[in-house]
Design a protein around this ligand. Sequence first.
Ligand SMILES: Cc1cc2nc3c(=O)[nH]c(=O)nc-3n(C[C@H](O)[C@H](O)[C@H](O)COP(=O)(O)OP(=O)(O)OC[C@H]3O[C@@H](n4cnc5c(N)ncnc54)[C@H](O)[C@@H]3O)c2cc1C
Length: 423
Amino acid sequence: MHTAFTQTEKTSDVMVIGGGAAGMMAALFAAQEGARVTLLEKNEKLGKKIYITGKGRCNVTNQCDMDTFLQNVPRNPRFLYSALRLMNPDDLLFLLQQYGCETKVERGRRAFPVSDKASDVTKALEKALRQQGVQVKLNTEVKGLLQDDTGLCAVQTDKGVLPCRAVIVCTGGVSYPSTGSTGDGYRFAEKMGLHVTERKPSLVGILTQETWPMELQGLTLKNVCLTGMSCGKIIYSELGEMLFTHFGVSGPLVIELSSHLPDKGETVFYLDLKPGLTEEQLDQRLQREIKAAGKKQVNSILQTLLPQRMAAVFAKVCGMEGTKVCSQITGKERSRMVQLLKKLPLTVKGTRPIAEAIVTRGGVDVKEIAPGTMAAKKIPNLFFAGEVMDVDAHTGGYNLQIAFSTGALAGKSAAKLIKDRNE
Ligand SMILES: Cc1cc2nc3c(=O)[nH]c(=O)nc-3n(C[C@H](O)[C@H](O)[C@H](O)COP(=O)(O)OP(=O)(O)OC[C@H]3O[C@@H](n4cnc5c(N)ncnc54)[C@H](O)[C@@H]3O)c2cc1C
């Protein structure tokens, strides 16, 4: 059937480096096109990062249309167009189902395995790789890419040199390095003369200049609205849940906001603790409560509006002692309380380190890569897929879909290149 592929016993048509989401899909798609594929993974198993995604449930994709998908990719969305055309979220879910992983779609169109087990995603992909005859070499670390007069021709591993006719680099970013993503692909790309953009953490906890959030460490706020402002512009505004930590703030709203942080300029978050009430409604409520409270302390009123632990801290932020007697609250103090209940500022000082980020922002410059094939423009038989490239997205299953779709396109294109060269 696939006579276009001729090679020696030892030479792989396509060598895929990295057995994460992108690498497994790249190997599968290359093999489906008839290429002889070897998948190299330095860990003892495939998909180590997949196991920890979605808190072990793996939010495998977001079942949305193309426009919605691209709106959730803050940088370089158009680069992904061809990859998503080849494999959209429905195609991915169908493929997983074909290989035994049934999925379900939850709130916000987020898709998960029905079993709620991330391992079922990897199992399905492993089954597909076996059926398509992909040779998987675990515990094999790639050290570099080798070139001869004809171009890229082999990879150097810790177990020796493996010749090949095309390489797909799917080594991931530098987040959660214990899963194997240690940035090796950036070094390979740079050695081949490709530009790699600066790496930064995205989808990560945020350090605040204010120290009061640390006093509330461990407290979760539900149904609050968080708005990020930078250079006079709203960069994000969403209702949901957030968490105070020993370094500042985290939790779903903050993690999401972190991917909107601009490269330059100060960013301030404004926390609306009572999004269901207008300033006037809140002021009227406070007036009533202050009147009724008489000699009670400020804390007692604040505890009706805020979680108990937050009351005293909030009073201090308002410039009052929580023990102050309500009847002594001035009009100015009341309006300050209203103002801060609706717009409590948190100034961004920085983020947690990249190793703790859910994704790495930055990577192999997409200007170096042809979006229709995922091949390096300067080196036709070198391909990239997944987080190693300068693409990242919001939470909701988009990052894994990007890895799968770009992997599929790189695999298919690499196999086609070899086939065309043989004909
Ligand atoms: C805690 C956490 C939760 C997440 N949850 C979600 C979620 O629910 N939904 C979602 O869409 N995204 C989620 N993400 C993001 C998503 O997991 C990644 O974007 C995606 O896995 C990237 O896939 P990848 O194949 O490009 O890279 P990786 O998954 O990082 O895979 C790279 C692979 O390459 C191997 N490798 C690296 N260097 C070498 C080398 N030199 N030789 C051989 N092998 C090598 C590594 O060992 C690794 O297995 C989460 C991330 C984290 C950290």
